[in-house]
Write a protein that binds this ligand. Sequence first.
Ligand code: TXA
Ligand code: MG
Length: 358
Amino acid sequence: METIIRKVSEDGMGKEALKEAAEILRRGGLVAFPTETVYGLGANALDPEASARIYAAKGRPSDNPLIVHIAEIGEVERLAAKITPAARVLMEKFWPGPMTLLFPKRDCIPDGTTGGLDTVGVRMPSHPVARELILAAGIPVAAPSANASGKPSPTRAEHVAEDMLGKIDMILDGGSVGIGVESTVIDVTSDTPVICRPGFISLKMLQSLFPQASMDPACREKPRADLKPRAPGMKYRHYAPKAGMTIVEGEAGQVQAYIQRMVREEEERGGRAGVICSQESRKAYSSGVVKCAGSRLSPETIAHNLFGVLRDFDHEPVTKIYSESFWEGEMGEAVMNRLIKAAGYSVVDLTAQNGERL
Ligand code: TXA
Ligand code: MG
C-alpha cells in the first residue's frame, strides 16, 4: 500500500488534505494525525473491520482497547451508557484536552474497538487538526498512538513514517506535537475517579477536585499476577529502544559518577553506551553518546522530548543506555511511568546507600 503524506497546520494549511483524510476514514481506511499529546492512528470507531486494520498495522495485541476520539462534548452521550456526575465535572474542566475517560459502553461500539471490554475510553482532543478531521469525517475516530506496538509513541510525523510507511493510507504531518506523552486515562465508571495511566492531568490536579481520587497501584509497579492494571495496555512492554536501558536514581553527583563509570565499563567490554541526561548535567558526561532530554527547570521540555530521544537511540550504534531519572513537575509521574517501562523496570537506586533523590 502506498502511504500518502500531506502537510497540515493549525492555521488552515492543508484543508484539501483534511477532506481527503476524512473521506479515507469514512470508507474504512487508516489515517495518522497529530494530537496535542502524540500522533494517533485513526479509523472509524463504529466499524469493526476498520478497527481490525489498526491492530494489524500496529501489530497490537487484540485485548488492548482503542480510545475513541470525539470533536464535540455532546457526542459522548452516543457512546457512553452512563455518565456519572464526577465524569461531567471532569469533561467540563479538561475537555478538549489530554484526558481519556472510561465509561460503560453503548452497543453501537463494536467489541473489536474495545478489545472485548464493556467499557469505552473516550477523549476529546484539543489539537485543531484532530478536531477538524473528526468533524469532517462525521464519525467517532478510534485512535491509539501511531507507533508500531512496543515502540515509543510518535511525537513527529517522521516517527509515524518510520513505523507505518506502506501499512496505512495517509499521514497528516502537523509538525511536532505539544505535550509529548499520552493522555491521562481515568476510570469514571464509579463515583471516585481512578487514574489508570498517568499523563498531563496529574493526580494532584484530580485530587483538587476529588480528594478521594487515586492512582491504580499497577501504574507504579511492575505488573505481576496479583497486580493487574485496569488499562490492559499498561501490562505490555512498551516504549523500549533497541538497546537495553537502565535508569539510575540518587543524588545528582552520585548518579553522574555512577553513569560515567558504567559508560566506561561498557566501552571496555567493546560496546558503546548512551546517556540520557538533563541540560543541567550535560557537562558531567565526557564519554558515551549523550542526549539531553530537556531542562529540570522546565520539566515540560523533558516530557516533550522523551520519546524522540528514545527513538534517536535506535539510529545510534549503542549497546546499552543509562538514563537519569526525571521526577520533577506535574508530569514527572507520567514521564517516569514511560521511562521505567522503556527500561523494562531496570532501575538502580543509589539512595539506598546515601544522599537524596535526584
Ligand atoms: O494521548 C493519547 O491518549 C493518544 C492519542 C492518540 O489520543 N492515544 C493513546 O492510545 O495513547 P493508546 O492506544 O496508545 O493507549 C490507550 C491506553 C492503553 O493503555 C489502553 O489499554 C487504555 O488506554 N484503554 C483504552 N480503552 C480502555 C478501556 N475501555 N478500559 C481500560 N483501558 C483502556
Ligand atoms: Mg500507545
